[in-house]
Design a protein around this ligand. Structure first.
Ligand code: SAM
Length: 286
């Protein structure tokens, strides 16, 4: 078992380096010994696969990933963790720690530089304050990766993995399904982290699709329609689209009618195909 999940060892290393947790950077480190080996074994990495990790923290997941994959590139924003990682990952010569912001880093360049010719997966215990933007960034950039396995808050996991057309779905459910098939792998209790967050978490895997599941007339418009549809969750689709797309009610009525969708439908009832049909109807009208 890795020393890095021994809470006393981690506390000792961090305090020797004068490290204090930053809430703003979403720093909740995993100290449950069962979680990282399980995450690493389910992320699709093997001895021929490269792994990108976002936010290695003290290196607990990195350590597991380094043992099963051929190379790990770990992107950490917090400079204060660099000496910590140099110590905790000293035994691995296949780990490169990159001090950068995952919201700004050029991931295509990183893959080209570090993983040329390799299959690549992403595996991370994400900082929760940027879960959705980071996931959408990774997906929208169409990175040449096989899967993205991430720990997120349980509620976010439910929303991300919800099937469009079901009550639990939201804009992110439809956006995510355009690029991948998401699945919930396992739940992780709040007590598995140091410090413990207020809510439980879950590990999800996004299996990247080669082709989108529907043909959108215009991809950007498709995402604009999805966002607009969920803008006012409690209202009808017709009201939300009118507000979100700045279109008169009558025009939205025409759009919905030509897409064969009832005027009183709600965004959460829409399937991916129906969002694509609405997009085509919006485009035809403009
Ligand atoms: N992987 C570690 C673990 O499981 O114990 C730490 C996970 S902690 C939830 C999130 C990590 O992401 C922290 O190390 C934090 O400093 C880092 N982080 C926060 N914002 C980041 C960003 N924009 N880019 C890269 N890393 C970031």
């Amino acid at each position: 078992m890795s020393k890095l999940t021994d809470i006393n060892y981690v506390k000792g290393v961090l305090s020797r380096h004068g490290f204090t947790f930053s809430k703003a950077l979403g720093q909740n480190f995993l100290v449950n010994p069962a979680v990282c080996p399980k995450m690493a074994s389910l992320c699709g990495a093997d001895s021929r696969t490269g792994v990108i990790e976002i936010g290695p923290g003290a290196g607990v997941l990195t350590n597991e990933l380094a043992q099963i994959s051929c190379k790990v590139a770990a992107v950490e924003l917090d400079k204060r963790l660099l000496p910590v990682l140099a110590e905790t990952l000293a035994a691995h010569d296949n780990v490169k720690v990159i001090n950068d912001d995952a919201m700004k880093l050029n991931f295509h360049q990183l893959i080209q530089d570090e993983f040329a010719g390799m299959e690549v997966v992403i595996c991370a215990n994400l900082p929760y304050y940027i879960t959705s933007p980071i996931l959408m960034r990774l997906l929208e950039e169409r990175l040449p990766v096989k899967a993205i396995t991430v720990m997120v808050q349980k509620e976010a996991a439910d929303r991300i993995c919800a099937e469009p057309g079901t009550r639990a779905s939201g804009a992110i459910s439809a956006a995510v399904r355009y690029y991948c098939v998401p699945e919930q792998l396992f739940k992780v209790s709040a007590g598995s982290f140091l410090p413990a967050p207020k809510v439980d978490s879950a590990v999800i895997r996004l299996n990247i699709l080669k082709e989108p599941p529907v043909q959108a007339a215009d991809e950007r418009l498709f995402f604009k329609v999805v966002r607009a549809a969920f803008l006012q969750r409690r209202k009808t689709l017709s009201n939300s689209l009118s507000a979100g797309l700045s279109l008169p009610k009558a025009a939205v009525g025409e759009i919905l009618a030509s897409a064969g969708i009832p005027a009183n439908a709600r965004a959460e009832e829409m399937t991916m195909q129906q969002f694509a049909d609405i997009t085509a109807a919006v485009q035809a009208l403009s």
